[in-house]
Design a protein around this ligand. Structure first.
Ligand SMILES: [Fe+2]
Ligand SMILES: [Fe+2]
Length: 151
């Protein structure tokens, strides 16, 4: 779970990097979406693991967050990388669930089950964003100005 704190903070960092790139491209909708996602979702995910560890009497370890990119070729690359990243996070959550099951740690399993549901939403969120891009006929301006992050 300490490793997952880093994964979630790195997720926030990745989406912040995407927000920075989008801003330089004039893509205000995408920049706002990515920034909101970093703050409202990923940072909160990290805190959920942080709180869980402390409440369970564990020791929080805050590892190193690797440097992330703020350079992307185009919208297509950003969206594909975001989807791939969420799939990576889903596999990490599944790994933690396997571990909780092996250790018969039911509390951890319950808490991780929330993340499993959350990951379905996260993968759908970015897939929907990519679908909307394709449905717009890859009209970046129309697509960008219509982007809304839920919540
Ligand atoms: Fe997350
Ligand atoms: Fe996420």
């Amino acid at each position: 779970m300490n490793e997952q704190i880093v994964e979630e903070l790195r997720s926030a960092y990745i989406y912040l990097g995407m927000a920075a790139w989008a801003d330089t491209q004039g893509l205000k909708g995408l920049a706002a979406f990515m920034r909101t996602h970093a703050e409202e979702e990923e940072y909160k995910h990290a805190m959920k693991f942080f709180d869980y560890i402390l409440e369970a009497g564990g020791k929080a370890e805050l590892g190193t967050i690797e440097k992330v990119s703020t350079d992307y070729q185009d919208v297509e690359q950003v969206l594909k990388e975001a989807i791939a990243h969420e799939e990576h996070i889903t596999s990490k959550i599944k790994g933690l669930m396997d571990l909780a099951q092996r250790l018969n740690d039911y509390n951890a399993y319950d808490m991780l089950n929330w993340f499993t549901q959350e990951q379905i939403e996260e993968e759908n969120l970015f897939t929907d964003l990519y679908d909307a891009y394709k449905l717009s006929g890859k009209n970046i301006l129309v697509w960008d100005r219509n982007i809304k992050h839920p919540e």
